[in-house]
Design a protein around this ligand. Structure first.
Ligand code: NAP
Ligand code: HSE
Length: 438
């Protein structure tokens, strides 16, 4: 280690909210451990916030100066590393860009920024030979970024299935186990500090999609354009579907999934990726991931199946991941920002969602009359869809719920069959349908 690297690591902390406050606490509580692991002390010199006068639950790190001026961090020659924990895209993007220009290393937990604008920042970090680390950006405390970048570098990744949004998982768990109303559960998640500043990112699936975009880069060394990713969240999900899914032995989870299709050695993989609520059989570990917990299941060609589970959000769990990145910076490790050495991440070949194959849960609200089941089954058969199980429940005021569990089919065939049923007046309202994830 050089003489320089024995000096304290000087941090510019941009953001002092849930995660920033957690980091300040951990830097104090774990100071001895940090010194032993990183070989140096860590000092926060400046803390950037939006509202300087705001009352805060956590004290500023000793000696730190509060500022509302980003340049006070980015242009301070004594600051070695910028830690960005602000959230948003434009403002943190500019601050990180400037910090890299000024020769600083960067640690961030900002998945929205990385998914939507990360390529340019990764390229700049590479050009400037700076470390850009982002362990906390995906699945909070779960060390999945390091696992894909380092521990699994010798494995080809066949698929990756995750529960990547703690807020949605908390809401679904509360609706399933305690019968809570969607909005009540969301409010609780916000009070616990799990939700994004804009919680629509959580419940509409975009936060999970941001994280999946990052995982795809780490697993395949390819960029899956965020705007091309099919994303469906849990807004409007009905308690009726949670109950009916249970009768078939399933839980409904917000799933983020990528699968490699038609793998050809030496060629870029075609990837099938998206975020959607799905049925997961109760016997699978994924179905048992409750509350704010996250999980990632990786299928790989050497290690086989791996399952990571842990807290996906919250102050200390997330701050612990940020701190691990800071320890790597303190050690002055050689930058390994993407896990791949190629100068640019190539665009992934995308499998259109219509071609995806899976089994489905389909709920139809219908008249309780002779021939209805025959006609609906006929619409499915016309598209080559084979039914695996059927149940009908009693009248809920808007017809009777009729539920099909199907064998594997394509999204295209399923949407055509359901549109045809609706057009022929067989349904009281548009069908609700979810994939089944195995
Ligand atoms: P937060 O509680 O809302 O805190 C954001 C902090 O950044 C606040 O201190 C705020 O200042 C400051 N800030 C925001 N915009 C600013 C701007 N334009 N200029 C200066 N300061 C600004 O957010 P958080 O929950 O800690 O999340 C921080 C980041 O971590 C986000 O990218 C989030 O996605 C990510 N993350 C969060 C969690 C979690 O569990 N919360 C988990 C994983 C990743 P004021 O205090 O003055 O308002
Ligand atoms: N809002 C995010 C979640 C925080 O609920 O998972 C962690 O990234």
């Amino acid at each position: 280690m050089s003489e320089q690297s024995n000096k304290p690591l000087v941090i510019g902390l941009a953001g002092f909210g849930t995660v920033g406050g957690g980091l300040a606490r951990l830097l104090e509580e774990n100071a001895d451990l940090i010194r032993r692991r990183g070989g140096r002390d860590m000092i926060v010199k400046k803390v950037l916030v939006r509202h300087a006068g705001k009352a805060r639950n956590v004290a500023l790190p000793p000696g730190a100066e509060l500022t509302t001026d980003p340049a006070a961090l980015t242009d301070d020659p004594e600051i070695d590393v910028l830690v960005e924990l602000m959230g948003g895209i434009e403002a943190p993007g500019k601050i990180i860009d400037r910090a890299l220009d000024m020769g600083k290393h960067v640690v961030t937990a900002n998945k929205a920024l990385l998914a939507e604008k990360g390529l340019a920042l990764l390229e700049k970090a590479r050009d400037k030979d700076r470390i850009l680390r982002y362990e906390a950006s995906v699945a909070g405390a779960i060390p999945v970024v390091a696992a894909l970048k380092e521990s699994l570098a010798g494995n080809r990744i066949a698929s990756l299935v995750g529960i990547l949004n703690g807020t949605s998982n908390y809401i679904l768990s509360e609706m399933t186990s305690n019968g809570l109303d969607f909005n009540v559960a969301l409010k609780q998640a916000q009070e616990l500090g799990y939700a994004e500043a804009d919680p629509t990112l959580d419940i509409d699936g975009h936060d999970a999609a941001h994280k999946l975009t990052i995982l795809i880069q780490l697993a395949y060394g390819a960029y899956y354009p965020f705007t091309a990713m099919p994303v469906r969240g849990i807004r409007g999900l009905s308690g009726m579907d949670i109950r009916l899914a249970r009768e078939f032995g399933y839980r409904i989870k917000l799933i983020a999934q990528v699968r490699e299709c038609d793998h050809q050695p030496g060629e870029s993989p075609r990837l099938e990726a998206g975020v959607f609520p799905a049925l997961v059989h109760h016997t699978l570990l994924l179905a048992r991931v409750g509350g704010v917990y996250n999980a990632v299941r990786v299928e790989s060609n050497a290690a086989g199946s791996l399952f990571f589970h842990g807290r996906g959000a919250g102050d200390l769990p997330t701050a612990g991941a940020v701190l691990a990145d800071l320890v790597a910076v303190a050690r002055e490790e050689r930058p390994n920002n993407t896990g791949f050495v190629s100068p640019r991440l190539e665009a992934a070949a995308v499998v259109p969602p219509e071609e995806w194959r899976s089994c489905y849960y389909v709920r139809l609200m219908v008249d309780d009359a002779p021939g209805v089941l025959r006609d609906l089954a006929g619409c499915m058969a016309d598209e080559g869809i084979s039914l695996a199980q059927v149940i009908q429940k009693s009248d809920e005021g808007n017809g009777v719920p009729l539920v099909f569990m199907t064998h594997e089919t394509t999204e295209e065939a399923m949407s055509r069959a359901l549109q045809h049923s609706l057009d022929r007046g067989m349904l009281r309202e548009p069908a609700v349908y979810f994939r089944v994830v195995g």
